[in-house]
Ligand binder design. Structure first.
Ligand code: 5GP
Length: 190
C-alpha cells in the first residue's frame, strides 16, 4: 500500500484553522486523518481529551521529549505542543493522508525532516480581524491574548516558507481551496 501524504496545515493562532479543517476533513476522496497533538495547555470549555488534544502535564510531556517520541514540538505562549511520531507513522503506513494542524516553529521542523510534506499556511484577511477572533474566544487572560497577538505577527512573517498560502476571508472557500490542493497532491503522488 502507498504511504499517505503528510500535510502541514499552519497559520497564526486564531486564524480559523480548526473551522476550515472541519469543512474538509470528512471528504472521503481526501482520505484524511487528523493528527491529535499532545499539549500541556489546559482544556478549553468544549475541548475533549484524546479528541482535540492529549492533555498532559509538563512532566509527562518532557518525558516524551526524552523518549524522542515527537515528530516535532514547540513551546507556544507558555505551553508545550507536539506531534506524536508513532501515531502519525502508523496512520501514514495505513495509507491515510495525515493532517498536522500546528504552529510555525513546529511546521518548519517537519519541513526539514520530511521533504515531501505538503505545507499550507492560512492567513487572516487583516491583523485587526485576527485580533477580533482571538479576543472572541473569551477564554484567556489579557496577558496571554497579548502574547498570542505578538506571536501571530511574527508567524505571519514566515508565510514565505510554505508551499501554499490561503486567505481565510470565507472559511468555505478556504476549505474548498485546501481540499483542491490536497486532491491534486494525492493524484500526483499516485
Ligand atoms: P491552541 O492553544 O490555540 O489550541 O494552539 C496554539 C497553537 O499551537 C496553534 O497555532 C495550534 O495550531 C498549534 N499546535 C497545535 N498542536 C500542535 C503541535 O502538535 N505542534 C505544534 N508545533 N503546534 C501545535
Amino acid at each position: 500500500m502507498k504511504k499517505g501524504l503528510l500535510i502541514v496545515f499552519s497559520g497564526p493562532s486564531g486564524v480559523g484553522k480548526g473551522t476550515i479543517r472541519d469543512l474538509f476533513i470528512h471528504r472521503e476522496e481526501l482520505n484524511l486523518a487528523f493528527s491529535i497533538s499532545m499539549t500541556t495547555r489546559k482544556p478549553r470549555a468544549k475541548e475533549v481529551d484524546k479528541r482535540d488534544y492529549f492533555f498532559v502535564t509538563r512532566e509527562e510531556f518532557e518525558e516524551q521529549i526524552k523518549q524522542d517520541a515527537f515528530l516535532e514540538y514547540a513551546e507556544f505562549v507558555g505551553s508545550y505542543y507536539g506531534t506524536p511520531k508513532a501515531y502519525v507513522e502508523e496512520l501514514r503506513n495505513q495509507g491515510k493522508n495525515v493532517l498536522l494542524e500546528i504552529e510555525v516553529q513546529g511546521a518548519l521542523q517537519v519541513q526539514e525532516k520530511v521533504d515531501d510534506a505538503l505545507s499550507i499556511f492560512i492567513v487572516p484577511p487583516s491583523f485587526e480581524e485576527l485580533e477580533r477572533r482571538i479576543r472572541g474566544r473569551r477564554s484567556e487572560p489579557e496577558e496571554i491574548i497579548q502574547q498570542r497577538l505578538a506571536k501571530a505577527s511574527r508567524e505571519l512573517e514566515m508565510m514565505g516558507q510554505y508551499k501554499y498560502i490561503i486567505c481565510n476571508d470565507d472559511p468555505q472557500l478556504a476549505a474548498d481551496l485546501t481540499a483542491l490542493i490536497i486532491k491534486r497532491h494525492i493524484q500526483t503522488a499516485q
